[in-house]
Design a protein around this ligand. Structure first.
Ligand code: DX5
Ligand code: ZN
Length: 231
């Protein structure tokens, strides 16, 4: 079998019980999660309001897993430092929400964080031109951002394939390995499609947290196993 890259599962706490976030994060780590995905929404860039840096700071002591912070806020630049200081490890921005993508990515690295860029379903791949040297993670949205529990948009599979090629060509030039993450509507069926297309990080809200803590280990194992089967 080919040398398969490790697939990281990043549960989105948007689907966790907000009344006991610390416990939820602890439980999902024990269940086998690799990263914790944190969806930050401002009610302006997307039509929903969620988490700010104070919450990120409060939950930081509850796990050692990397915090993968997805900023759906505009403007994003004034808040990069606050999320970095709150304990984020990877911070991802949408190009539409910053004045200069390169500058924001450089700023994130200067804060000692991994720098990510997020492409909405309608955001073209050409947005990645000139930033491949400045980015550590590319996140492809397979729903329109704002809410959990939406249906996976199949047309994004082609985009994932093309970006995977771009990343591999970039590695060939001796660059840093860029992670390719997929976010939205991930379940055992779509996880397999996304990984076959070249994703190595799977963000999952509903599919990770469904049926409560006693099922978290099963949920994560099901997602992981779905990406390993041959057919
Ligand atoms: C959507 C968020 C996603 C969301 C995924 O705007 O960026 O991370 O929580 O939720 P599911 O897995 O339920 O689609
Ligand atoms: Zn997200």
């Amino acid at each position: 079998m080919a040398n398969l890259p490790k697939i990281n599962i990043a549960p989105s706490i948007l689907s966790a019980d907000f009344a006991k976030l610390g416990q939820e994060i602890h439980d999902i780590e024990l269940a086998g999660a690799d990263w914790i995905h944190i969806d930050v929404m401002d009610g302006h860039f997307v039509p929903n309001l969620t988490i700010g840096p104070a919450i990120v700071k409060a939950i930081r002591p509850h796990t050692k897993l990397p915090f993968d912070v997805h900023l759906m806020i505009s403007p994003a630049d004034p808040y990069l430092e606050a999320f970095a200081n709150a304990g984020a490890d990877i911070i991802s921005i949408h190009p539409e929400a910053v004045s200069n993508v390169s500058n924001s990515l450089i700023k994130l690295r200067s804060l000692g964080k991994k720098a990510g860029v997020v492409l909405n379903p309608e955001t073209p791949i050409s947005s990645l031109e000139n930033i491949m040297d400045s980015v550590d993670l590319i996140l492809v949205m397979t729903v329109n951002p704002g809410f959990g529990g939406q249906k996976f948009i199949d047309s994004q599979i082609k985009k994932i394939q093309i970006i995977r090629q771009k990343i591999d060509q970039h590695i060939d030039r001796g660059g840093t390995k860029i992670d390719l993450s997929v976010d939205g509507g991930i379940n055992v069926n779509t996880a397999k499609l996304a990984v076959s297309a070249g994703a190595n990080i799977l963000v999952a809200g509903t599919a990770a947290f469904i049926d409560g803590p006693s099922k978290y280990a099963r949920n994560i194992a099901d997602l992981r196993n779905s990406t390993m089967s041959e057919t």
